[in-house]
Write a protein that binds this ligand. Structure first.
Ligand code: 5GP
Length: 209
């Protein structure tokens, strides 16, 4: 079998439940997945811990990371920088872990250019009404912010066509299992199994051809 990990990206509108689904994947399938921790210049929210949710950086620190080539990609989103540190991702992939990037669309499309074999998954809510309800029941956003998020979704949906899969987050359990199914199937693709096929081919040739 191919023992290098697969790079996967999960994006989706604000309120789709990306974080919950990613946490469930990690909880349910353990070391099969590794979550990349991004760097950001935004301030930590209540309960967020440096090195767990994000590496919180000043703008100068973040720009130094860009200059030193430490990021695979970065994007500006709502007046802040967000970026994916390179070393962690490369090391986990080398170890055979399937690395999850939970990042927004501009960054996802940049990663796809650098790693064309990456699998891009766009999480959808079951309906527009459900997305509105989820944003409202979070209870942390004002009506203006909810409206702003819905308007952003309206623009972001155009990019779904550039992704490989659309998965509906109806329930966390279904969505998690669907994503796990996609990743397992992707790993069986001939294009990802070339080394394994070659090895068997050589063994067969050595004995029987
Ligand atoms: P939040 O501030 O709500 O944690 O994240 C805002 C957006 O930034 C989300 O869509 C999240 O997926 C995205 N994001 C988080 N980390 C990265 C990153 O490293 N690169 C990019 N391009 N987007 C990111």
């Amino acid at each position: 079998m191919n023992d290098k990990g697969l790079l996967m990206i999960i994006s989706g509108f604000s309120g789709t439940g990306k974080g919950t689904v990613v946490n469930r994947l990690l909880e349910k399938y353990g070391d099969f997945y590794a979550l990349s921790i991004s760097a950001t210049t935004r301030n930590p929210r209540e309960g967020e811990v440096h090195g767990r949710e994000y590496f919180f950086k000043t703008t100068a620190e973040f720009e130094a990371m860009i200059a030193d080539g430490e990021l695979i990609e970065y994007a500006r989103y709502v007046d802040n920088y967000y970026g994916t540190p390179k070393t962690y991702v490369e090391e986990r992939l080398e170890e055979g872990c399937n690395v999850i990037l939970e990042i927004e669309i501009q960054g996802a499309l940049k990663v796809k250019k650098i790693f064309p074999e990456a699998v891009l998954i766009f999480l959808f809510p079951p309906s527009v009404e459900e997305l509105e309800t989820r944003l409202k029941t979070r209870g942390t956003e004002t009506l203006d912010i909810i409206h702003e998020r819905m308007a952003r979704a309206c623009k972001e949906i155009d990019s779904a066509y550039d992704y490989d899969y659309v998965v509906i987050n109806d329930t966390v359990e279904n969505c998690t299992d669907t994503i796990h199914g996609i990743i397992n199937t992707e790993k069986l693709k001939v294009s990802r199994q070339k080394d394994f096929i070659k090895k068997l081919q050589d063994d067969l040739k050595g004995h029987y051809c």
